[in-house]
Design a protein around this ligand. Structure first.
Ligand SMILES: C[S@@+](CC[C@H](N)C(=O)[O-])C[C@H]1O[C@@H](n2cnc3c(N)ncnc32)[C@H](O)[C@@H]1O
Ligand code: SF4
Length: 353
């Protein structure tokens, strides 16, 4: 993306925000939709997120114009990467229009999307044409029964695989797969995922099951440590670790020694990376959060709709980041032991994964 001289000056000014632990604001994750067409028990268990659950009304969600305005303001504070997520972002009508809008923001170097993939086949080409760079598709198993269990009883495995194919055909690069691993649920069935995508250019990343929100009944023994998974991988294939490429990279990466591609491990439970976390999160109703495990955030929608100036909004963003000292994953054990009643954390479908 090109920059005009005036914009270059604006971007170069020493306005970049650093939090109390010296971490820059670099990524903004935007939840565009709190609803989802799945009910993964680890994220939106259907006992809670049932037919009568009160999701946001359309007018309560930020409009595309409001999202784009916040993204532009965040660039001045240091944000260079945007990721659209949810809930299921492809349930948001016209999402490709938002991608088009965000892709023109000067200073944004990376624009990505995380999706469950069910609706991806029909949208991949348009998303790419409108400026989406890369995509992450969540897929927990190739086994129909395990897939159904981990998506809350929904089918859709064939559509997800079609969606991954469509993303590759559209030229989205790279295509990654996120696999949440839960002991006793899918951990015995993750190697087939690697087998399937070896040599296709698709990177599978194993995600340790996390205690996001308050509804998934998380228990530490359900977490399969990445080290354990790596051992299982090494028993089958020869792999070599890849040194981190940039500060804040969350996945530990390995390459197959036979050149068949890459595998990632995201170990936020057994090897927390809070020290390098530079992500801000914007919920679908316009609340800014500074941690996935936050209990409160900064309302931006009210000032947006009451006519706040860019300077006022930027100041709200900056203040939220300057005050940030979150490092939940590093403190998980202490915080969970201390909190009676438990912390009321924001739910993942709402804040965006
Ligand atoms: C909340 S989802 C939103 C986007 C989209 N619906 C999807 O599933 O890709 C984003 C990511 O968070 C992951 N996720 C959700 N709950 C999780 C949990 N409890 N532990 C680890 N990852 C989780 C999902 O597997 C997914 O890869
Ligand atoms: S992980 Fe994604 S697909 Fe599953 S319930 Fe959560 S938002 Fe929906």
């Amino acid at each position: 993306m090109h920059t005009t001289p005036a914009e270059t000056i604006e971007l170069a000014t020493p306005a970049r925000a650093h939090d109390r632990l010296g971490r820059p604001m670099h990524d903004l994750r935007i939840s565009v939709m709190d609803r989802c067409n799945f009910r993964c028990p680890y994220c939106m268990p259907k006992e809670t997120f049932h037919d009568r659950y009160r999701f946001l009304h359309t007018a309560e969600r930020l409009s595309f114009e409001e999202i784009a305005r916040i993204a532009r303001l965040a660039v001045a504070l240091g944000v260079r990467k945007l990721r659209l997520t949810g809930g299921e972002p492809l349930l948001r009508t016209g999402l490709a229009d938002l991608v088009g809008e965000l892709s023109t923001i000067v200073g944004i170097e990376d624009l990505a999307l995380t999706t469950n993939g069910v609706l991806l086949a029909q949208h991949a080409a348009e998303l790419k044409a409108n400026g989406l760079r890369r995509i992450t598709v969540s897929l927990d198993s190739l086994d129909e029964q395990i897939f159904a269990r981990m998506s809350g009883g929904f089918g859709g495995l064939a559509q997800v695989l079609d969606g991954i194919g469509a993303a590759l055909a559209a030229g989205l690069q790279p295509v990654k797969i996120n696999t949440v691993v839960q002991r006793g649920v899918n951990d015995h069935a993750v190697l087939p995922l690697l087998e399937r995508f070896r040599g296709t250019g698709v990177t599978v990343r194993f995600i340790e099951y996390m205690d996001v929100g308050n509804r998934n009944q998380w228990q530490a023994q359900q977490v399969v440590p990445s080290a354990e998974l790596l051992e299982r991988v090494q028993a089958r294939w020869s792999v070599t670790p890849v040194p981190g490429q940039y500060r804040g990279e969350v996945a530990e990466r390995y390459v197959y020694d036979d050149g068949a591609g890459e595998i990632g491990f995201v170990s936020s439970v057994t090897a927390p990376f809070c020290g390098d976390c530079h992500r801000a999160r914007l919920s679908s109703e316009g609340v800014l959060y500074t941690c996935l495990f936050a209990t409160r955030g900064t309302d931006l929608r009210t000032p947006l709709r009451e006519g706040a100036s860019d300077e006022e909004l930027r100041s709200l963003l900056r203040t939220a980041w300057l005050q940030r000292d979150d490092r939940y994953s590093e403190l998980r054990q202490e915080l969970r032991a201390q909190q009676q009643p438990p912390l009321h954390k924001i739910e993942m479908h709402y804040i965006g994964g």
